[in-house]
Design a binder for this molecule. Structure first.
Ligand code: NAP
Length: 244
């Protein structure tokens, strides 16, 4: 069975792609720029004995996303059954200072990308009467966060989108769920100042950051048979940060 992970060249997407391969899925991996890192991920997956190819596309662009799905189908001779919408960026700033470009870039990359890819995936999933859509949101989509109005809005938008398509598609054998990671060790969080990291750590009952692999394990649950009757849910993987 074929999975697509967007933004799979590093961090959480990389861990998800590798974990899917370990669980016997063939994997299409996407990124927009970081081809060298994506090649390492591809090598790791091929070493695990699964088929893998890189599809470079900016998923915030509707046409590029649509073309990517066509290329994936013709390469694997199979349509995507498991779609993991993971690609995302931050452009943090207080609202008073936030430029319209910072708002738009984040909404385009984090939310419009989810629409673009899901729209391209859904027709074949409906035809096959099977599909798993797994959207990577964030705890700040549930709680909000100062300095992240753009990012939090995009991640909350993903949750509304997930629940809506879960309702639309449930009778066609398609589930749609979201994962809300907390504070995970990747290049996205590496850039935070030590004092900000220390403040965030104080809010995590587990007392530590999560690993990309811990998020990937939740994706495997939603991709597999064990979650077949679960749809429209949001699972926080956050060391107890939210408990909502
Ligand atoms: P990361 O290390 O910065 O990786 C982001 C990935 O997304 C990269 O592979 C990047 O590749 C890709 N990407 C970004 N924009 C893209 C676009 N327009 N088209 C295609 N690929 C694109 O980030 P991460 O921490 O692993 O985050 C992964 C997801 O988890 C994001 O949605 C993020 O919001 C979410 N999340 C992260 C945390 C955390 O603490 N790290 C917490 C909650 C949620 P290119 O650079 O090549 O485009």
């Amino acid at each position: 069975m074929l999975a697509l992970v967007t933004g799979a060249s590093r961090g959480i997407g990389r861990a998800i792609a590798i974990e899917l391969a370990k669980n016997n899925f063939d994997v299409a991996i996407n990124c927009s720029k970081s081809l060298d890192s994506a090649k390492n991920v591809k090598d790791e997956i091929i070493n695990l004995g699964r088929k893998c190819e890189i599809f470079q596309a900016d998923v915030s662009d509707y046409n590029q996303a649509e073309e990517m799905f066509k290329s994936i189908k013709s390469f694997f001779n199979e349509s995507v059954s498991i779609l993991v919408n993971n690609a995302g960026i931050t452009r943090d700033n207080l609202l008073m200072r936030m430029k319209p470009e910072e708002w738009q870039q984040v909404i385009n990359s984090n939310l419009n990308s989810v629409f673009n890819c899901t729209k391209s995936a859904i027709r074949d999933m409906a035809k096959n009467k099977f599909g798993r859509i797994i959207n990577i949101s964030s705890v700040v989509g549930l709680t909000g966060n100062a300095g992240q109005a753009n990012y939090s809005a995009s991640k909350a938008g993903i949750i509304g989108f997930t629940k809506s398509i879960a309702r639309e598609c449930a009778s066609r054998g398609i589930t749609a769920n979201a994962i809300a990671p907390g504070f995970i060790e990747t290049s996205m969080t590496e850039i935070l100042k030590p004092e900000i990291k220390a403040d965030i750590l104080k809010t995590i009952p587990a007392g530590k950051m999560g690993s990309p692999e811990e998020v990937a394990k939740a994706v495997i649950f939603f991709a597999g048979e064990s979650s077949s009757y679960i749809t429209g849910q949001v699972l926080a993987v956050d060391g107890g940060m939210t408990m909502i």
